[in-house]
Design a protein around this ligand. Structure first.
Ligand code: EPU
Length: 353
């Protein structure tokens, strides 16, 4: 084993996550180069430890017992810009780059394609995993390829966009090939001096038909996110969360019709939904949660819902992971009982049996 690898024992993980809860990692190592990463993986495999790859900690809930294995924190840095001849610019960013700073960098260079993804916590490497999306844009629209270490073949591979299986909050990295790849670098194709993507209702309303600049769009997205308690580095108790705790469920149109009939009995004529295809729609989980009786700011012990958005579960100060998990279960049960719709968590649950 290389002596440079700095391995820490019994390392507290709470401060490494946006929820600020959870126990310690048995072993913890921060890797600043691909070489260090390979060594850390080798060390884990030789000592028969489970591995968890930690990025920005903005989409995980760590159990109170912590993680009985090796947590490898990805701290790979660097971003390069290469122009191609068709007005597109290929930007390559290392997995450990701060996502929002990277988006800011692209916007300042007048590169369009990521502007609606401003103000999101986490690191570049996490973005292909759950196909990060917001305000009408998803990273899958601009990702060219993902360079990753394949833990199965122990080789570095470059996966093209179409190999990644991108869907709403989904890719091979969090489904069929979960835990197989460690993202090293992501390539995005952006439009030089391109127009911002203004398709989301909240953004359209902000600009009322006028085409804003990329910088104005970034600013507006951050303001909207702030009003919903979903802005990176917001501070305050609402910020101790993992953003949306549940994915918005995708249901059949028949299910939507059932729901509309049911809601009409309660004098609610509008069930918000977005069309996915001819057969399916996406229903906002936040709305289902509210209709099931949980209001913004709902509190249970030290856990609660954000005061600004019912989709964010929050640590109100001294919450345990168990309190958050109990609230999650209660919400899932109520929503299922009321509407027969299953809510699936968006964050990864780490160290739970
Ligand atoms: N709503 C409520 N109560 C609330 C908030 C929202 O009933 O407290 C209802 C309203 O009907 C509203 C609808 O939910 O129109 C949608 O709300 P919003 O526009 O805030 O979006 P969302 O569906 O809750 C998704 C993403 C967010 C992303 C926004 C904007 C998921 C799971 N979440 O939230 O992503 O920022 O759209 O595009 O898809 C994240 O993944 O962590 C995240 C913050």
């Amino acid at each position: 084993m290389d002596m440079d690898l700095h391995i820490e024992e019994n390392f507290p993980l709470a401060e490494m996550t946006t929820f600020k809860v959870g126990g310690a990692a048995k072993l913890f190592v921060r890797v600043e180069s691909e070489n260090e990463l390979f060594q850390a993986l080798e060390m884990a495999s030789k000592s028969d430890h489970e591995v968890f790859i930690l990025g920005g900690g903005s989409n995980i809930l760590v159990s109170d017992e912590g993680f009985e294995g090796v947590v490898i924190h990805i701290d790979l840095k660097g971003a390069t810009v290469a122009e191609s001849n068709n007005g597109r610019v290929i930007v390559t960013a290392a997995a450990g780059e701060d996502w929002d700073e990277f988006v800011g960098f692209c916007v300042e260079q007048n590169l369009a394609g990521l502007e609606c993804l401003s103000g999101i916590p986490g690191l570049v490497g996490g973005t292909p995993i759950q196909n990060v999306g917001a305000y009408g844009q998803e990273v899958s629209e601009s990702i060219v390829s993902v360079k990753a270490f394949d833990r199965l073949s122990k080789t570095v591979k470059t996966l093209q966009n179409e190999d990644c299986g991108f869907e709403y909050r989904k890719s091979i990295f969090n489904t069929t090939e979960k835990d197989r790849y460690v993202v090293l670098e992501v390539q995005y194709s952006l439009a030089k001096n391109g127009a911002p993507k203004i398709v989301y209702g909240d953004l359209k309303a902000t600009f009322e038909g006028r085409e804003p600049s990329l910088i104005e769009t970034r600013r507006a997205v951050c303001e909207i996110r702030e009003s919903k308690g979903m802005l990176v580095r917001q501070g305050g108790l609402d910020a101790q969360s993992a953003g949306s705790f549940f994915k918005n469920p995708i249901v059949s149109r028949e299910k939507l019709t059932d729901l509309e009939l049911k809601m009409r009995q309660k004098d609610i004529v509008n069930v918000p939904h977005y069309s996915i295809d001819d057969n399916t729609v996406k229903i906002p989980a936040a709305w289902l949660i509210e209709q099931a009786g949980f209001q913004k700011g709902f509190t249970k012990g030290n856990a609660g819902l954000s005061t600004k958005h019912t989709l964010a579960l929050t640590n109100r100060g001294n919450s345990t992971a168990e309190e958050i998990l109990n609230l999650k279960n209660e919400i899932q049960q109520k929503v299922f009982g009321e509407f027969g719709i299953e809510l699936n968590p968006e964050p990864n649950l780490i160290g739970f049996n």
